[in-house]
Design a protein around this ligand. Structure first.
Ligand SMILES: CC(C)(COP(=O)(O)OP(=O)(O)OC[C@H]1O[C@@H](n2cnc3c(N)ncnc32)[C@H](O)[C@@H]1OP(=O)(O)O)[C@@H](O)C(=O)NCCC(=O)NCCS
Length: 151
């Protein structure tokens, strides 16, 4: 597995992975635009084909993970953890003091991933995700204190 910071040229691979991980995936142009944004960086994993994607924004001492997804055939091999560890390290180097993310309360695997990295729940957003016919789903807000040593 190879994990590296993303450049705009990686946008097609990022979109391909995102399409496997989410019902409403972001396309190539979305990723190109995002990577151009202030304080935003991406991380991609290849195994050897496109396997994982993460986008994070770190501005004014605060980092937010905007998305993280792993291709269906590449799961439970530590790819998401590797993406997150790289993002945490980069956010620290960008002087971020804390990192936030939202996660569907029903995504027990993702919650376990973040808890294992040291994130703790700090809030609940009711009806945050629109799941179409399945209705609205609540999101947990999770926070990692970046001033403490890594887990
Ligand atoms: C959630 C997701 C990113 C995890 O990716 P992954 O590469 O399979 O995760 P990892 O292999 O790095 O798992 C790290 C740890 O997270 C936990 N974990 C991850 N997936 C899990 C699952 N399906 N069930 C239970 N625990 C899980 C485990 O503790 C795991 O450690 P272990 O394998 O040593 O037990 C992936 O399943 C995915 O893309 N899901 C769809 C999109 C999504 O839900 N993204 C997160 C939204 S915030």
């Amino acid at each position: 597995m190879n994990v590296s910071f993303a450049a705009p040229v990686d946008a097609p691979d990022m979109a391909a992975v995102h399409a496997q991980a989410f019902d409403k995936p972001w396309d190539e142009t979305d990723f190109e635009d995002l990577l151009d944004g202030e304080g935003i960086f991406g991380v991609v994993a290849r195994d050897p084909g496109p396997a994982g994607v993460l986008i994070c924004r770190a501005v004014a001492g605060e980092a937010e993970v905007l998305t993280v997804g792993v291709a269906t055939t590449s799961r439970r091999r530590g790819i998401a953890r590797a993406l997150m560890e790289m993002a945490i390290s980069r956010a620290r180097s960008m002087q971020a003091l804390e990192m936030f993310l939202e996660v569907d309360v029903a995504s027990s695997g993702a919650v376990a991933l973040y808890t294992g990295l040291g994130f703790v729940q700090t809030g609940l957003r009711r009806g945050y995700y629109d799941r179409g016919a399945a209705g609205l789903a609540d999101a947990l807000v999770m926070r990692l204190d970046l001033t403490k040593p890594p887990n």
